[in-house]
Design a protein around this ligand. Structure first.
Ligand code: ATP
Length: 364
């Protein structure tokens, strides 16, 4: 059982004005695949390096498998790491690279051979065991690095942007292989990325970081569907969540609460009634918006600015009362710029944010 507990980790680099991690706590369950996601400089790598023992926190505690490892050197933590750069030894064969950690630990040669064959099989490296890294593609080299990390039976697997040097196609196929592999071996994993699609695809949970703080940590679909802030909604999703400025209007005909987008209105949750007269931000995902050339009851009138076929879908950038909205529709939908279209927003798909704090408003 290897649970990981990061408790109140604070780290400030010498000479830095801000904390790289600012009182971060995170619990990773045994066998869980936890993804740390956030923009460049938000502190993800620092957090991973503190868990690895490559950086020491100023304060806080790191517990792995019930053991306080906060100040232990990396070699005493029984963790293994895969980096963005392939970090394989150029003058050793693939077999020697994969077996390196085991050999260093004094594991006998037969056992090393058996384990290397096992890992090479999982990573489809069997045919390449006698080659040198220069005779491999980038993707194969990264497979060697992953194989080397998994053969040692580490308690925790740490991966820092392992796919980011691969081209787009290879990244997709390796991502799926990696997911299957980690599910099969069941090792507790912390994975750092700034790529939101990787985070959604791989993580049992995704911890979104900003400015040294974890701002949301939940299962990927929940992070996608119910971002706790504009930042999260804007960072996750392609296209990002739409945000529309709206004023809460409590003077609806039947006493209902409305959100005025600048002329046109949509129904707003009754819980927002106390915010009457104030500005809020309405968040809505592009693929939840209905679009039609015919007027529909309750639909918003919009003007098409840009129509983009994406292959599997189409992306329409439209103007609603001077505000831009992106709509992702079925690839059978057609439109041209300047067309009038009608947008349907389903109440259940709308999220509401405070205009000042940009945090989600309670609507239940
Ligand atoms: P990236 O995705 O670009 O790697 P990150 O989210 O992993 O970013 P960190 O590398 O953890 O972010 O950096 C967090 C902050 O700490 C940044 O402001 C960075 O400039 C700073 N920082 C990182 N390493 C050092 C260092 N060795 N010395 C000083 N400052 C550092």
């Amino acid at each position: 059982m290897t649970e990981v507990h990061l408790r109140n980790l604070v780290k400030t680099y010498p000479g830095a004005s801000a904390r790289a991690t600012d009182d971060v706590s995170l619990d990773i369950a045994d066998g869980e695949f936890m993804v740390l996601l956030g923009p460049s400089g938000c502190g993800k790598t620092t957090l991973l390096r503190m868990l690895a023992g490559l950086e020491l926190p100023d304060s806080g505690q790191i517990v792995v498998g019930g053991r306080d490892v906060t100040y232990l050197p990396p070699k005493d933590r029984n963790l293994s790491m895969v980096f963005q750069s392939y970090a394989v030894f150029p003058h050793r064969t693939v077999r020697a690279n994969i077996g390196f950690g085991l050999t260093m630990r004094g594991v006998d040669a037969d056992e090393v051979r058996r384990k290397v064959d096992w890992a090479a099989g999982l990573l489809q490296l069997g045919p390449y065991l006698d080659r040198y890294p220069t005779q491999l593609s980038g993707g194969q080299r990264q497979r060697v690095a992953v194989a080397r990390a998994i053969v040692v039976d580490a308690d925790v697997l740490l991966m820092d942007e392992p796919l980011s040097n691969l081209d787009a196609l290879l990244r997709l196929s390796f991502r799926a292989d990696l997911k299957k592999l980690v599910e099969d071996i069941g090792t507790t994993t912390l994975y750092v990325t700034h790529d939101q699609s990787e985070a959604l695809s791989l993580g049992n949970r995704v911890a979104v970081m900003r400015d040294g703080v974890i701002v949301q940590c939940e299962d990927p679909l929940r992070v996608y569907d119910e971002p706790v802030s504009r930042f999260v909604g804007g960072f996750i999703g392609s296209p990002p969540m739409n945000f529309l400025r709206a004023r809460i209007d409590t003077g609806g005909q039947d006493g209902g609460v409305l959100a005025d987008l600048g002329g046109q209105v949509v129904p707003a949750p009754a819980a927002l009634r106390p915010l009457g007269g104030t500005e809020v931000h309405l968040g809505v995902r592009a693929e939840t918006i209905g679009i039609s050339h015919e007027r529909r009851p309750g639909a918003l009138r919009a003007t098409v600015r840009v129509f983009e076929p994406l292959g599997s879908a189409v992306l329409v950038t439209a103007d609603v009362d001077g505000q831009e909205v992106k709509v992702q529709a079925a690839n059978t939908f057609r439109a041209s710029s300047a067309d009038t279209v009608w947008l349907t927003l389903a109440p259940d798909d709308l999220r509401w944010y405070d205009a000042e704090t940009e945090l989600a408003l309670e609507t239940a």
